[in-house]
Design a protein around this ligand. Structure first.
Ligand SMILES: *Cc1c(COP(=O)(O)O)cnc(C)c1O
Length: 429
């Protein structure tokens, strides 16, 4: 499979126009991933939602909508962003799902105004919906007591996870919904992000049994949502993920659970990472190469200083995650040596070559020249959306490549964006 990021796109030309760093999205790669998901979840009784928190840029959401995927949103503003991208609220069909454990900001207001299905993660949320005058259907997110994840922070099931209604408390939540005359049309879980695919498939089968046992208690149930979490292999030599076994688990689940219910039950999944991780790269400029040498505090290192930092891509700093790195242009074929790739932020941890155990994990890379472009791969999921204004740097722009057409889809932020919320408003003492 040709890599559209290295084959046909002139990164230098984009850098001249929008500066560095920038995110570059490939519509082609995104479409390939969407097609892979649709092959096992074609719609109808087996429906995929896109977990938009992974990347919620409007242009990308429009692409997802045109492909017929639905949305899982985790805040009121995400629901509104989905609507701006053309998704429609309401319950017929419930194309946007609101899933969260806390109603923050405008969440309830947005649920009322758009008619999206609230998928609640605690009993208190039922009370809050009642207080707000909501009397429609709800979903319940369950913590089934087990989970999986590529790191502890991404394991969202089991006793150490804050998410959802603990399975032993589900009966209490169900009674509260009954008392509020809110039909429970969806049972949901999302137990984690990015485990190995074998573990993922096993847990999906386990969840099908778990939900199967609950079906008789939920006469209004229309759908069971098994969450996201399909892994994406970030290591370039890792085998691609085969979704066929998952497709079989889902198809079997759909027929078994429907039979058990005596009516058609829709099975949903809601991948985020799998759909967008490979569809973008983060392109950054090499500003210098400098070295330290060994002393009694530790070994010396050679640092490649780039202009992207953890404000653009936080996964290595936060989870010790691996992102494949390549050099663009003439230096790509230079001899390799162990290098630490580091950003501009005033933190020693602003480093892209690290792992979960060691602080620094020098990477065998071709020695760059000052001015080269360096590419961080698989930067589509949990990157731009996790950006911050730390060090008063604006968020990097996003460029959308579709065939030979390039569009800027988010512009680079500057001082005015960063200070836009500063004020001096008097409050009551
Ligand atoms: C984050 C999240 C997902 C997506 O997880 P991925 O690992 O990106 O597939 C799905 N559902 C919910 C409720 C989430 O919070």
């Amino acid at each position: 499979m040709p890599d559209p990021f290295s084959e046909s796109i002139d990164l230098e030309s984009i850098a001249t126009q929008v500066g560095t760093p920038f995110f570059l999205f490939s519509a082609e790669v995104l479409r390939r991933r969407i097609a892979a998901v649709k092959k096992v979840m074609p719609g109808g009784d087996v429906q995929a939602r896109y977990a938009m928190k992974a990347c919620s840029t409007r242009r990308l959401l429009e692409e997802v909508r045109e492909a017929g995927l639905w949305i899982d949103a985790v805040s009121g503003n995400e629901v509104l962003r989905a609507c701006r991208a053309g998704f429609v609220g309401g319950h017929q069909p419930p194309a946007i799902l609101y899933t969260a454990d806390v109603f923050r900001d405008n969440a309830i207001e947005v649920i009322l105004s758009t008619g999206v299905l609230p998928n609640i993660g605690s009993e208190a949320m039922i009370e809050q919906l009642v207080e707000a005058g909501y009397d429609g259907p709800i979903g319940i997110r369950v913590n089934p007591g087990f989970g999986h994840g590529h790191v502890r922070e991404c394991d969202t099931g089991g006793p150490s996870s804050k998410h959802g209604v603990w399975h032993e408390s589900l009966e209490v939540a169900r009674r509260a919904a009954d008392a509020a005359a809110m039909p429970v049309t969806l049972l949901h879980t999302h137990i984690g992000s990015g485990p190995q695919i074998e573990e993922f498939n096993q847990n999906m089968a386990r969840l099908v049994d778990f939900f199967g046992a609950l079906i008789p208690d939920y006469p209004d149930l229309e759908a069971i949502n098994l969450g996201g979490g399909i892994p994406h292999p970030y290591q370039p030599d890792a085998p691609p993920v085969d979704l066929a076994p998952l497709g079989k688990v889902i198809a079997d689940a759909q027929s078994q659970l429907s039979e058990r219910a005596g009516r058609a039950i829709r099975i949903e999944i809601e991948p985020g990472r799998y759909i967008v991780a490979p569809s973008a790269v983060l392109v950054t400029r090499v500003h210098d190469i400098k070295s330290t040498s060994e002393n009694d505090r530790g070994p010396g290192h050679k640092f490649v200083m780039v202009d992207a930092g953890f404000t653009d891509l936080v996964r290595p700093a936060m989870y010790g995650s691996y992102h494949h790195i390549t050099l663009h242009g003439a230096s790509a074929s230079a001899p390799t040596e162990p290098l630490v790739v580091a950003g501009p932020l005033c933190e020693s941890g602003d480093v892209f070559t690290r792992d979960a155990r060691d602080f620094l994990e020098p990477r065998q890379l071709p020695t760059p020249q000052r001015g080269d472009l360096l590419v961080l791969h698989d930067a589509g999921a949990y990157t731009a959306q996790m950006s911050s204004y730390y060090n008063s740097l604006g968020r990097a722009p996003q460029v959308w490549a579709d065939g030979d057409r390039l569009h800027l889809v988010t512009r680079r932020e500057g001082l005015e964006d960063i200070v836009a919320n500063e004020c001096f408003e008097q409050l009551q003492a």
